[in-house]
Design a protein. Structure first.
Length: 431
C-alpha cells in the first residue's frame, strides 16, 4: 500500500487528493499544507507549506519520515522555483511535476513561443520584445491585425496579459504594462473564438489527455462581466471542443511539444494544461501551464473513472502507455463560492453552514479552497480565503443535470452576508 503526498492547499489539491485516495493501492494521502476541509477518510494534513520553495528540505524530510511513495505537486510556483529538482537531488525520484527547466514552458513565454514556432504548432503570431522600444515597434508592425495582446514574459499569477482592441490602445498601455510586469513582452496577434482548456498527463514521452475539454469562467460576474479572478467555476465536457478535438490537441500539439522538450534534454513530466482558443482556422494555443487548472481540476477529477494513483505512478515511471485511462459518461459542473470583495480584499472568519447537507445530495462533492476549522468547533468551518469552496456536481445524464445538481448543492451552503458566486456556470454549454 502506498502513501501519497500532495503539495498545495487549494480546491485543485483537494480534488486531486480526493481522487487519488479512491485507489485501492493507496493507504494514506498527506497534504502539505492542505486545509482542514481535506481531513477525510484516509487523508491527513501536515504543517509544512510545500508550496514555498524554502521548505524543500522539510518536504524532503517528510518524504523520508513518512515513507512517501509518490509526491504530486499542485501549484506552479514551487515547480518553477525548482522543488522537483531539489527533491530529485535528494534521491526522491517519484515526484509528479516538471523540473525547473521544463517549467519554462509556463514561466517563460519566450521559451514556449520558441518551441511552438520551431515545430510548427498553431499559435497566435507574435514577436519577442526585449525593451519597450522593441514592443512599440512590434505593435506598429502588428497593426494589420484586429487588436493586439501584450503578454509579460514571466509568471504574473495570470495577471500579465493585456488584450487591446487597437494599435492605439496597445501603444498607450505598453509603458504601464512594462512598469507592472517588466519590459520583456510578447506582442501577439489577437485571436477570436471560444476558449477551452485541455489537460493532459505527461510521462516525458507522450501525453494522455482527459478526454473532455473543460471551460473555466474567469470573470467575477455573470455574463463574463467584472474583473478577472482565478476562476469562478468550470464545467466539462465543453461542447466547443469534442472528444476528437481534445485528442487531436493532445496528439498533434501536446505530445510533439513534450517530445521536443525531451530532445532538448529537458523532459516534461507532470500535468500539462493547454489554454486553447477555437479560431475559424481551428484550435490554436494561447498558452501552456505546467499544472492542472483550478477550479478546472474539480469537475475534471469528478469525471475520471480510472485509478488516478496508478496513472500518475505510471507517468513518473515513464510508462503511461501501459495505463488505460477511462472517463465517466455525462458531465460535471463546479461553482466556486467566494468571499464578498474577492478578487479584492474581503473579510475572513465567517461561519459556513450547510456543507454536510450539500454533500448528502448524491454525486456532490464540496472541495475546500479557503477554509479554516473553528477551534473546538465540532468540525465547523469558517471562511479563510477569497475562493472558499468549489461545489461540484456530477450527472451521467449530461451538463444540464450536472448544473442542476451543483446549484442545488450551492443553495444549501451559506455564510452571513451571502456568497459572491456566478449563477451562470455552464450556461454556455446549454445555448
Ligand atoms: P494567458 O495568461 O496567456 O492565458 O492569457 C489570459 C487571457 O488573455 C486568456 O484567457 C485570453 O482570454 C486572453 N488572451 C491571451 N492571449 C490572447 C490572444 N492571442 N488572443 C486573444 N486573447 C488572448
Ligand atoms: N483557472 C485558471 C487557472 O488555473 O489558471
Amino acid at each position: 500500500m502506498a502513501k501519497v503526498l500532495v503539495i498545495g492547499s487549494g480546491g485543485r489539491e483537494h480534488a486531486l487528493g480526493w481522487k487519488i485516495a479512491q485507489s485501492e493501492e493507496v493507504e494514506e494521502v498527506l497534504y502539505a499544507p492542505g486545509n482542514p476541509g481535506m481531513l477525510e477518510g484516509k487523508c491527513k494534513v501536515v504543517p509544512v507549506d510545500g508550496s514555498k520553495i524554502e521548505n524543500a528540505d522539510a518536504i524532503s524530510n517528510l518524504i523520508e519520515q513518512e515513507n512517501i511513495d509518490l509526491t504530486v505537486v499542485g501549484p506552479e510556483a514551487p515547480l518553477a522555483a525548482g522543488l522537483v529538482n531539489t527533491l530529485n537531488n535528494r534521491g526522491h525520484n517519484r515526484v509528479f511535476g516538471p523540473t525547473k527547466q521544463a517549467s519554462l514552458l509556463e514561466s517563460d513565454k519566450f521559451y514556449s513561443y520558441d518551441i511552438m514556432k520551431e515545430i510548427g504548432i498553431p499559435q497566435a503570431n507574435s514577436m519577442k520584445c526585449f525593451s519597450t522600444q522593441d514592443a512599440v515597434n512590434a505593435i506598429k508592425i502588428m497593426s494589420e491585425t484586429e487588436g493586439v495582446v501584450i503578454k509579460a514574459r514571466g509568471l504574473t499569477g495570470g495577471k500579465g496579459v493585456t488584450v487591446c482592441d487597437s494599435k492605439e490602445e496597445a501603444l498607450t498601455e505598453i509603458s504601464n504594462h512594462a512598469e507592472n510586469y517588466g519590459s520583456h513582452v510578447l506582442i501577439a496577434e489577437r485571436l477570436f473564438g471560444q476558449e477551452f482548456s485541455v489537460f493532459g498527463i505527461s510521462d516525458g514521452e507522450q501525453v494522455s489527455p482527459l478526454e473532455i475539454s473543460i471551460q473555466d469562467h474567469k470573470p467575477l460576474l455573470d455574463g463574463d462581466k467584472g474583473p478577472n479572478t482565478g476562476g469562478m467555476g468550470a464545467y466539462g465536457p465543453a461542447p466547443v471542443a469534442s472528444a476528437e478535438v481534445v485528442k487531436k490537441v493532445a496528439d498533434d500539439i501536446m505530445t510533439p511539444v513534450v517530445q521536443e522538450m525531451k530532445k532538448k534534454g529537458t523532459p516534461y513530466k507532470g500535468f500539462l494544461y493547454g489554454g486553447m482558443i477555437m479560431t475559424e482556422k481551428g484550435p490554436k494555443v494561447i498558452e501552456f501551464n505546467i499544472r492542472f487548472g483550478d477550479p478546472e481540476c474539480q469537475p475534471g477529477m469528478m469525471m475520471v473513472e480510472s485509478d488516478m494513483y496508478k496513472a500518475l505512478s505510471y507517468a513518473v515511471d515513464g510508462k503511461l502507455n501501459e495505463v488505460d485511462f477511462k472517463f465517466k459518461p455525462g458531465a460535471a459542473c463546479c461553482v466556486v463560492l467566494a468571499s464578498q470583495g474577492y478578487p479584492g480584499s474581503y473579510e475572513k472568519g465567517l461561519l459556513i453552514k450547510g456543507i454536510e447537507e450539500a454533500e448528502q445530495i448524491s454525486a456532490v462533492k464540496v472541495f475546500h479552497a479557503g477554509t479554516r476549522e473553528v477551534e473546538n468547533g465540532d468540525g465547523r468551518f469558517v471562511t479563510a480565503g477569497g475562493r472558499v469552496l468549489g461545489v461540484t456536481g456530477y450527472s451521467p445524464a449530461g451538463i444540464s443535470e450536472a448544473q442542476k445538481v451543483a446549484y442545488n448543492a450551492v443553495s444549501k451552503i451559506s455564510i452571513p452576508g451571502g456568497w459572491a458566486y456566478r449563477q451562470d456556470i455552464a450556461d454556455k454549454a446549454l445555448k
